[in-house]
Structures are given as structure tokens and as C-alpha cells.
Design a protein around this ligand. Structure first.
Ligand code: 4NP
Length: 184
């Protein structure tokens, strides 16, 4: 457990309602972590992953500990906002992607980020091999078992709901692995 857990318990007593606040203080030192999500265009999947993961860490009270970004292996959409269908599906789930702008992966990312999470095997391969100068741990977002987040760009809106669910599940599992003591 890396963050303080506050549990409120309402107990009904005859004379009044008493609110007990139980605080379980974190026993371990919180460790900052930086994460880069990578897809092809950085307009559909990885912006969703960035927004979902930021929401999850904020909700868990760990927002200050994380650096979160996304990028594409391709250059076509540099400077563009996310695809409107990604913005819409995120908004439907209470997440605002509208301020994001696409960028391409740069070599500095391989040392700047602790973890780089690729959306599919093709983009994982495009990131290249782990040279000794690279410090980032690079893997698929969905890695247990290994599975692609499919590219929704040429499909319809249903594909974006499917992508949202896969990415959310992957982000939840990844955050869970970071929260396990053996990870640190
Ligand atoms: P993304 O989707 O990799 O999830 O951002 C794509 C966006 C654009 C293109 C392909 C995939 N494109 O070919 O322009």
C-alpha cells in the first residue's frame, strides 16, 4: 500500500450518529514513477491510455508521484488533438482528453521514462530492441497474456468502446503491479 487509506465508518448509536475515521498510514516510502503509452498515431489508443491512467492514479491519491505521457511511433499526426472518437468515448467515462497533442517517440523517452507501454506488438517492435543505453522497461500494455489493443482508426465507434475497456483493464492491472511491494 503506497498511499494513505482513509475509511469512514458511520455507526448508529442511540444518542447520535458517530463518524469514526480510521486512518491506515502507509508504511512504505512512496516511489515516483514515469510512464509513456505508445501507439502508432498517438491520436486514438495511447491518448486514451494516458487519460485513463492519469484518472486512476489521481483517484488513488498518487497523482503527485507520476509522470504520464503518450506518443506515437508514426509522425503523421504530430501536433494534432486526439481523434474525436477517442475524445468522445473518454468524455462518456468522465475523462477529458481535449488538451492532449500528438507527438512522436524520441530517443530521450527511453531514458526519461521508467516504463514504456506499447498498445500492440507492431508498435512494440517499432520501439526497437532494449539497448544498454536505454533504462526504460518496455513491454505491451496487455501482457498477461500478451494481447494487442486493436487499432480502431479505420473502424466505427464500437471499436473505441472496445479499446476503452481493454485499455482501462490494462491500466488497472499495471497500476496494481506498481502497488505491490515486490515491485519497488
Ligand atoms: P492510434 O490509431 O495508433 O491508436 O493513434 C491510428 C491513428 C492514425 C493512423 C493509424 C492508427 N493513421 O494511419 O493515420
Amino acid at each position: 500500500m503506497r498511499h494513505t487509506v482513509i475509511t469512514k465508518l458511520r455507526v448508529a448509536l442511540p444518542e447520535a450518529q458517530v463518524c469514526l475515521v480510521i486512518v491506515a498510514a502507509a508504511s512504505e516510502t512512496a516511489v515516483p514513477h514515469s510512464v509513456l503509452f505508445v501507439c502508432l498515431g498517438n491520436i486514438c489508443r495511447s491518448p486514451l491510455a494516458e487519460g485513463i491512467f492519469r484518472t486512476l492514479v489521481d483517484e488513488s491519491g498518487q497523482g503527485d508521484l507520476f509522470t504520464i505521457d503518450s506518443a506515437g511511433t508514426g509522425a503523421w499526426h504530430i501536433g494534432n488533438p486526439p481523434d474525436p472518437r477517442s475524445i468522445d468515448i473518454a468524455a462518456k467515462h468522465g475523462i477529458d482528453l481535449s488538451a492532449q497533442r500528438a507527438r512522436q517517440v524520441v530517443s530521450a523517452d527511453f531514458t526519461r521514462f521508467d516504463t514504456i507501454l506499447a498498445m500492440d506488438a507492431a508498435n512494440l517492435a517499432a520501439l526497437g530492441s532494449e539497448e544498454s543505453s536505454r533504462t526504460a522497461h518496455i513491454r505491451l500494455l496487455l501482457n498477461d497474456p500478451p494481447k494487442d489493443v486493436p487499432d480502431p482508426y479505420f473502424g466505427g465507434p464500437d471499436g473505441f468502446e472496445h479499446v476503452y475497456r481493454l485499455v482501462r483493464s490494462g491500466c488497472e492491472k499495471f497500476l496494481d503491479t506498481l502497488d505491490r511491494p515486490e515491485h519497488v
